[in-house]
Design a protein. Structure first.
Length: 277
């Protein structure tokens, strides 16, 4: 069973697992979206039927990805907040390479608020868009010091007022640092729930609203991790591993990627994969 760190009760220590994300699919014809070239979202599906299908798929995702978790390394809410801001337009793996030195150099909000811009930019350079990110991090530190006594607020309304923090970042912090359920609508999440035919919306806020109705609130954070894991490792943007996907029986997009189980299995990434290698 996962254990909680006594020093940081909201951080769950993940067990050492080697799950097999590839689930060979028995021969079956492509689903309606792939077969007919129509959008995955079926307006004729009743809300009840969509909810039941979504929850069945959510349960299967929990089986496929028992190791799903936040892939950004952190030990405090501030570290997670900064890491999430830095993760824009780069990979979690790259952020995790930068943050050990960054977190040691800037241990609290006051340190970020008084950071030397040139020094901070040099540390952030590998993450891309380093000047804009330096602005956000310095502004974040100042806002926390001036308005929240240097502490990261534990509610959505306050978090989204901070520089560089939108709903996605706020939900990451709430769910993983404070234990407050939240849906993280990133690129992978949005792509997959549309492929699943759960929503036709493109706007992240509208996607969040529609998915919130389908998935029980207590599961939002873990569910988000599982969808993101599935998007990074199985249901790729350009060539999803349909023939090795455990969701095939309920997915209206089954067949948009290779159906041959062996070919599809070769597309599935390892547990160590984070974003793109």
């Amino acid at each position: 069973m996962p254990t909680r760190s006594p020093a940081y009760p909201h951080r769950v220590s993940q067990p050492v697992l080697q799950p097999d994300y590839a689930r060979p699919v028995k021969a079956r014809r492509p689903a309606r979206a792939a077969r007919l070239g129509v959008p995955p979202y079926d307006p004729d599906e009743t809300p009840l039927a969509r909810t039941r299908r979504a929850r069945r798929m959510a349960r299967e995702l929990a089986v496929i990805h028992p190791d799903a978790h936040c892939e950004l390394d952190f030990t405090t809410p501030l570290e997670l907040l900064v890491a999430t801001v830095l993760s824009a337009q780069t990979t979690d793996k790259m952020v995790n390479k930068v943050t050990p030195v960054l977190f040691a150099r800037y241990p609290d909000a006051a340190a970020y608020a008084g950071a030397d811009r040139a020094e901070l930019e040099e540390l952030l350079k590998p993450t891309g868009f380093f000047r804009a990110k330096a602005n956000s991090v310095i502004g974040l530190g100042r806002a926390l010091v001036e308005r929240f006594d240097g502490e990261v607020p534990g509610n959505l309304a306050d978090l989204v007022t901070l520089p560089g923090v939108g709903r996605k970042t706020a939900n990451v912090v709430l769910g993983n640092a404070f234990g407050v359920p939240g849906l993280t609508v990133d690129t992978h999440f949005g792509r997959l729930v549309r492929r699943f035919g759960w929503t036709a919306e493109e706007d992240p806020v509208k996607v969040e609203s529609e998915i919130a109705v389908l998935v029980p609130k207590k599961e939002w954070t873990d569910f988000s991790h599982r969808v993101i894991f599935h998007g990074r490792r199985v249901c790729h943007a350009k060539k999803p591993a349909c023939g090795a996907c455990g969701l095939a029986a309920w997915c209206p997009s089954f067949g948009i990627g290779p159906l041959d189980p062996e070919l599809a299995a070769r597309l599935v990434k390892t547990p160590a994969a984070s974003d793109t290698e």
